[in-house]
Write a protein that binds this ligand. Sequence first.
Ligand SMILES: *Cc1c(COP(=O)(O)O)cnc(C)c1O
Length: 231
Amino acid sequence: MIQDNLAKVEERITKACIRAGRKREDVTLISVSKTKPVEVLKEAYDLGVRCFGENKVQELCEKYETLPKDIHWHMIGHLQRNKIKYIIDKAELIHSVDSLRLAEAIDKEAGKRNITCNILIEVNVAGEETKFGVTPEELPDLVEKISKFEHIRVRGLMTIAPFVENPEENRPIFARLRKLSVDIASKNIDNITMSVLSMGMTNDYETAIEEGATMIRVGTGIFGARNYTQV
Ligand SMILES: *Cc1c(COP(=O)(O)O)cnc(C)c1O
């Protein structure tokens, strides 16, 4: 099943790239494996998958210990400051930084280990009350402040768009995130690049690619529905 799903997702990514006049290699597919057991991840790994996304610290750590070391782990879920220490040396990119306090704590933890931590800033573009992320209005100031931290590199922006029936409804959201990233990039702030736009999930990743996504996070489309009662 995973093999077929991956092939379908791959084909749709390729077609979206062609429609948008973009190169396939400019879009990274992150396979979102949250709630799935390691055997399932291993199956995907054996099919060539190397980028996995997880939203819980403990789950990421357990899978990290068990699975091969050439996997690129992406932390895509809300992160509590007291758990940073567990994933700072395991996650290649933290997609979900949404406050100065969290960034400060990441900087401190990275400093202790003398490493640099790559992060994205999560923006709540749609303004949904149930979602994390800074507002577009808060973003410029937060970026300026985080740029002063020695052990953090901001690589771009992330958003979680609303769940909608028709992905076209999310097009303005993706376009807005892209515009925000272009505006920040034009300021040429030290320690800040806007090379990553993490947006698009199973329901809307093609639209996100058309609007400039460089990382898409696809779970259900690859691994099937999640069963939360087993976790
Ligand atoms: C679960 C999750 C996804 C994947 O969602 P699907 O709809 O299953 O593709 C993507 N991004 C984040 C932040 C998630 O928590």
